[in-house]
Design a protein around this ligand. Structure first.
Ligand SMILES: [Zn+2]
Length: 452
């Protein structure tokens, strides 16, 4: 029997930069190749070559389209990888949007672009779509994708070969996320796994319930309507933006909100929303299918306007409220949200609504922490607006949900390896697994190899 092992080349004791090397059935398979984000040394780290020569890899498997899982792929290709990249068809589409955007953004990096458009083109040519539940032969190893319920097209990757079986959780979604299905818990007749790698972004925390979060959301929008004011939402382009559109339409349809003008002001989020709208068949949950079947359009609030041109975006400040402006980037580190913040932060009537996690050192985090003045585009801007933080729209399972998910993985699982979390979160989940009787669980360490 060949040696089976996994080596963590990223996202061990941290959240971003997902990248794992799997040796199985005589093959070397890279699972995810994501961008490292946050921290002063991120740029340098992203430039470092992987500790394995790209030409020695047999295949790459992507769990989903987020930047921290796909963003270094074109670099791998530029460095010489020319083999197949297996991904869900939606992930193929999202990776294209994400990698093109990141090629453009990295042009402003101190050391120059991480890769160019040509590398992105070459990467896209290597992509091979694999749908849920359809086994794909990699030449001695069989890959099967299962719905991870995190964003559209997100997967748990099952790899079987040489008599061993490994499950890579990818990012595990939160149950009851609208539009998409819940993470897989019904494994049918899938045999037991020798090892399972589990993410731990929220491994030591519990989320606020969605109903509670929606009530806060409703309250803020109602107040804005009464005052004819503007609500600014810095939103992440993939997943969160589409959930916001869904919730807004739903609240309108239920008569809980009046029809407020909603402006989607992000070229990237517009492209991703189009991908969400066009991939219903393999991905939507029953609720969204039922809406479509009854002629409703789940991602279109009544007064939705999708802004593409920069001119139109800049003109929004002259418009009378009420109005909801959804613009990227989600942590206010760039994008159109910056000029909106410059225009609207000094107005007392404005509410800036944060609906996602804000990284250390970002403008978003400073606003959430309550600073009274910020610097945007070399101008000092006074913060008069109300800053609201809604924590319940998470795309990740929390601690208890991760434990519940792991208990359903066909077992007894030989060993659990916990990755994709800050050290406290990872350790929190290791402890929670132990308490739940899921033995042989360890925290993944960067650069370490674990046999199974
Ligand atoms: Zn993700």
């Amino acid at each position: 029997m060949d040696e089976a092992s996994i080596t963590f080349l990223g996202a061990a004791q941290r959240v971003t930069g997902s990248c794992s090397l799997v040796r199985l059935g005589g093959l070397r398979i890279l699972v995810d190749c994501g961008m490292i984000q946050g921290g002063d040394d991120a740029e340098e780290q992203n430039r470092e070559p992987l500790p394995i020569k790209p030409g020695e890899l047999d295949a790459v498997v992507l769990t989903h389209g987020h930047l921290d899982h796909t963003g270094r792929l074109p670099k791998l290709v530029a460095d010489g990888y020319a083999g197949p990249i297996f991904a869900h068809p939606v992930t193929v589409q999202l990776a294209e949007v994400v990698c093109r955007d990141s090629a453009r953004l990295s042009q402003s990096w101190e050391g120059g672009a991480l890769y160019d458009e040509a590398a992105v083109e070459r990467t896209l040519k290597l992509m091979q779509p694999v749908t849920y539940g359809q086994p794909q032969e990699l030449g001695g190893v069989r890959l099967t994708f299962h719905d991870a319920g995190h964003i559209l097209g997100s997967c748990h990757a099952e790899l079987a070969g040489g008599g061993k079986r490994l499950l890579m959780s990818g990012d595990v979604g939160a149950r009851d996320t609208p539009i998409i299905r819940d993470p897989t818990t019904d494994w049918g007749d899938t045999p037991r796994f020798d090892a399972a790698v589990v993410e731990s972004t929220y491994g030591n925390r519990l989320h606020k319930g969605r109903p509670e979060t929606l009530a806060e959301f409703e309250e803020i929008v109602q107040a804005a309507v009464r005052q004819r004011a503007v609500v600014l939402i810095p939103a992440f382009a993939i997943g969160r933006t589409q959930e916001l559109l869904f919730q807004l339409r739903n609240l309108e349809a239920e008569g809980r909100l009046p029809r407020v003008p909603v402006v989607l002001d992000s070229p990237m989020a517009n492209r991703v929303t189009a991908i969400y709208r066009s991939n219903v068949a393999d991905c939507y949950d029953q609720e969204s299918r039922a809406l479509l079947a009854s002629g409703k359009r789940p991602l279109r609030p009544e007064n939705l306007r999708e802004v593409t041109s920069a001119e139109e975006s800049k003109g929004l400040k002259k418009q009378a409220g009420p109005m909801i402006i959804v613009a990227g980037s989600g942590m206010c580190t760039g994008g159109r949200i910056l000029h909106h913040l410059k225009d609207f932060l000094p107005r007392k009537s404005t509410t800036v609504m944060f609906v996602g996690w804000q990284g250390q050192g970002t403008l978003g985090r400073r606003l959430v922490d309550g600073v009274k003045s910020v610097r945007i585009h070399r101008e000092q801007v006074e913060v008069q607006a109300r800053i609201a933080t809604l924590n319940g729209f998470s795309a990740h399972a929390d601690r208890d949900a991760l434990v519940a998910w792991a208990r359903k993985v066909p077992g007894p699982v030989g060993r659990f390896l916990v990755n994709h979390g800050e050290p406290d979160s990872t350790q929190g989940l290791v402890v929670a697994f132990g308490q739940a009787g899921l033995e042989r669980t360890s925290a993944a360490e960067m650069g370490q190899t674990y046999a199974f």
